[in-house]
Design a protein around this ligand. Structure first.
Ligand SMILES: *[C@@H]1O[C@H](CO)[C@@H](O)[C@H](O)[C@H]1NC(C)=O
Ligand SMILES: *[C@@H]1O[C@H](CO)[C@@H](O)[C@H](O)[C@H]1NC(C)=O
Length: 419
């Protein structure tokens, strides 16, 4: 489905200002622009719902579209989440995502790393997401299921193949299953938030140790644990990359915009800068630096996510048309010619580079096609990683517990067919 042409989404946003008004107030409080959420419908806890207004049943062919729902915290969002939502979307026509509130996450599993605003930006930025509900409960209840079915006109509730139990030990999706309105998708192998938190901790601690030169008293047990948590289980396949890409070439006379970077720990700041870059042309080509290039310019403890993982996160973003997997640090004249690049952009907020001598944008600058874009947010990969370090104790505890269940999962894991 082509999101740019999804006019019904825009109708939903603009024809019902009383619905969107709620968002604007909230957005203003959060210091966001309303355009931040692109064309995605966002439901805030309001008495109105778009589906009640009949927007989504209005369809040219007259056939009602199948609406599927999937929820989650989407904290430290990664390509595993993106892949889950991609699979969910394939089971229907419209994907509604339920985002668990900050308060519910705090009460159930400790402080979220990313705020609702950031999680909303990330989820809305995914090319498979059509609408977002921002008050999903942590554990799905029968009352909420009824709301999904009646208020939001959801046809199917989607969940991963891991069992999801309520505090009383019953299956959270029992009611949906009984009603024949439950569908399951396969877990994405090789990544989890637990694993990423582990990698961040290792990475930042390694950085600190090499700074103090005082790492001799490092606990060998912890060292062992960190080494294993730092290993990615992700095996990139060509099919996964195909699933994430649009496979579309730029149209005739398209204005091609190029932006490059590490895009490590893909965050809300990335979504926003990609959106702005895409607005400057018709086709957004994103260059993703290789792991070696990132290490060379940001230090050995980076990147946290590997090249293929970073590529998938960028490809999952609705504003991206194409990526170069392992782009060069310096933009050459040859590259500009090869891809017919009309504009090269760079954000004002970026990680510091260790090497301030050479300017990677010298060629596009001399050609007069370089644009510096005001970064709307001052989040960086380092600032996200630092939030985790700041809450070190809490995350360590939460992580140790989850790491055990992850380990059990890998020990007992069996082959499951599916996408
Ligand atoms: C580190 O891990 C290896 C393999 O799992 C184990 O044999 C070894 O005893 C561990 N070392 C420490 C210090 O825990
Ligand atoms: C290259 O890009 C320019 C726009 O900047 C466009 O006018 C031109 O048609 C493109 N060339 C081709 C061969 O598509």
């Amino acid at each position: 489905m082509d999101y740019e042409n999804n006019s019904w989404i825009w109708e939903g946003v603009y024809y019902y200002p009383h619905v969107f008004g709620g968002l604007m107030v909230t957005a203003a409080l959060l210091g966001l622009s309303t355009s931040f959420f692109g064309g995605v419908g966002v439901h805030l806890p309001l008495p109105y719902t778009w589906s009640n207004l009949g927007i989504f049943r209005k369809k040219k062919s007259g056939k009602r579209r199948v609406r599927v729902y999937m929820d989650g915290c989407f904290d430290l969002m990664h390509y595993g989440h993106a892949n889950a939502l991609r699979q969910a979307k394939a089971l229907g026509d419209e994907l509604v995502v339920g985002l668990v509130s900050d308060e519910e996450i705090l009460a159930n599993k400790g402080p979220p790393v990313l705020s609702m605003e950031e999680r909303l930006a990330l989820v809305s930025g995914l090319k498979w997401v059509d609408e977002v509900i921002t008050d999903a409960p942590y554990a799905i209840t029968e009352t909420f299921l009824n709301r999904l079915f009646h208020e939001y006109k959801i046809d199917y509730v989607i969940h991963g193949d891991d069992p999801c139990l309520l505090p009383d030990g019953t299956d959270a999706y029992a009611a949906a299953k009984k009603a024949g309105r439950y569908k399951q998708i396969k877990r994405t192998e090789g990544v989890s938030s637990t694993d990423i938190v582990g990698r961040i901790m290792t990475s930042l601690r390694d950085a600190k140790v090499s700074e103090d030169l005082n790492g001799a008293d490092e606990n060998p047990q912890a060292e062992n644990q960190s080494k294993s948590s730092h290993l990615s289980q992700f095996l990139p396949t060509s099919r996964r990359i195909v699933q994430f890409s649009d496979g579309k070439a730029p149209g005739p006379n398209a204005r091609i915009v190029y932006i490059d970077g590490a895009f490590d720990l893909f965050h809300a700041g990335h979504v926003e800068i990609l959106k702005r870059a895409r607005e400057l042309g018709d086709f957004l080509l994103v260059g993703i630096h290789s792991d070696e290039t990132v290490s060379e310019h940001r230090g050995n403890h980076y990147p946290i996510m590997h090249l293929h993982e970073r590529s998938l996160s960028v490809l999952a973003c609705r504003y991206v048309d194409e990526v170069i997997i392992g782009s060069p640090w310096e933009i050459t004249k040859d590259m500009i010619t090869t891809f017919n690049i009309s504009a090269v952009v760079h954000g004002t907020v970026a990680e510091n580079s260790l090497d301030s001598e050479s300017d990677p944008y010298e060629v596009p600058k001399s050609m007069g096609i370089f644009h510096l874009l005001e970064s709307p947010k001052d989040i960086t990969t380092t600032s996200v990683a630092q939030r985790i370090m700041a809450n070190h104790e809490a995350y360590m505890k939460r992580n140790a517990k989850k790491a055990l269940s992850e380990q059990r999962y890998y020990e007992e894991k069996k082959y499951v067919s599916g996408e």
